[in-house]
Ligand binder design. Structure first.
Ligand code: DX5
Ligand code: ZN
Length: 227
């Protein structure tokens, strides 16, 4: 962890044939969470990973598993993903009709509850639930794929959320997900985020996982020195 900032590599762009080794390398390079993108082919077009993947990842690491449920009717999925080993269960506010009940259930089971907002969803959509959640995830791409370009409105949304959380003395952490690179990461942190998800900036064929993690860490250390 870099002075309170957590890095959450997303395995969405990992090499699935060598997933265990890739996760071990990310862990050795200082990953705080492993972010797992669950897509159902309905909330978003693709189908990605499910319960068996989470179970397998759970067996290979003790890191916090940050489960990002991009699914419709998330209330039907929280139990299975908790049983599979998820630690933070994030549901999309756009998909959760009874978000309060979902958050209560996740916490009753001793896990951390997160809510995610699509780029077009205003911060006000999560204001009432903020005191009840452990994490709020600001999507900085439209969910569905890794490797997309960072959408700028996320910066202002993070800033507004940080104000509300600090003013209310709330505990929710702010995670940014999508298009995070060593160039973008410092701006997310400067606006008040403290958890950064990165898929294609960590798992790519340009450099090793540890080199990529190092680049993110160096970019964040640089702003700390300037502050
Ligand atoms: C997008 C996923 C993200 C994605 C991020 O739907 O929620 O977690 O993996 O990928 P990058 O970091 O490549 O934008
Ligand atoms: Zn995600």
């Amino acid at each position: 962890m870099i002075s309170g900032i957590k890095l959450a590599p997303s395995i969405l762009s990992a090499d699935f044939l060598h997933l265990g080794a890739q996760i071990s390398e990310a862990e050795a390079a200082g990953a705080d969470y492993i972010h797992i993108d669950v897509m159902d082919g309905r909330f978003v077009p693709l189908i990605t990973m499910g319960v068996p993947t989470v179970e397998a990842v759970r067996r290979t690491t003790t890191l916090t598993l940050d489960i990002h449920l991009m699914v419709v009717e998330p209330e039907r999925q929280i139990g299975p993903f908790i049983d599979a080993g998820g630690d933070i269960i994030n549901v999309h506010i756009e998909a959760a009709t009874h978000v309060h009940r979902i958050v209560q259930e996740v916490r009753r089971r001793g896990k951390r509850a997160g809510v995610s907002l699509n780029p077009g969803t205003p911060v006000t959509a999560v204001e009432e639930i903020l005191p009840e959640v452990d994490q709020v995830m600001v999507m900085s791409v439209n969910p569905g794929w890794s490797g997309q370009r960072f959408i700028e409105n996320a910066v202002a949304k993070v800033r507004r959320l940080r104000e509300i959380i600090d003013l209310g003395n709330l505990q929710a952490e702010i995670e940014v997900d999508g298009g995070v690179t060593p160039q973008i990461a410092p701006r997310c942190v400067a606006s008040g985020a403290n958890v950064l998800v990165a898929a294609s900036a960590v798992f790519n064929d340009r450099a090793s996982i540890s080199e990529n993690m190092e680049r993110l860490r160096e970019a964040l250390e640089a702003i700390r020195r300037e502050a």
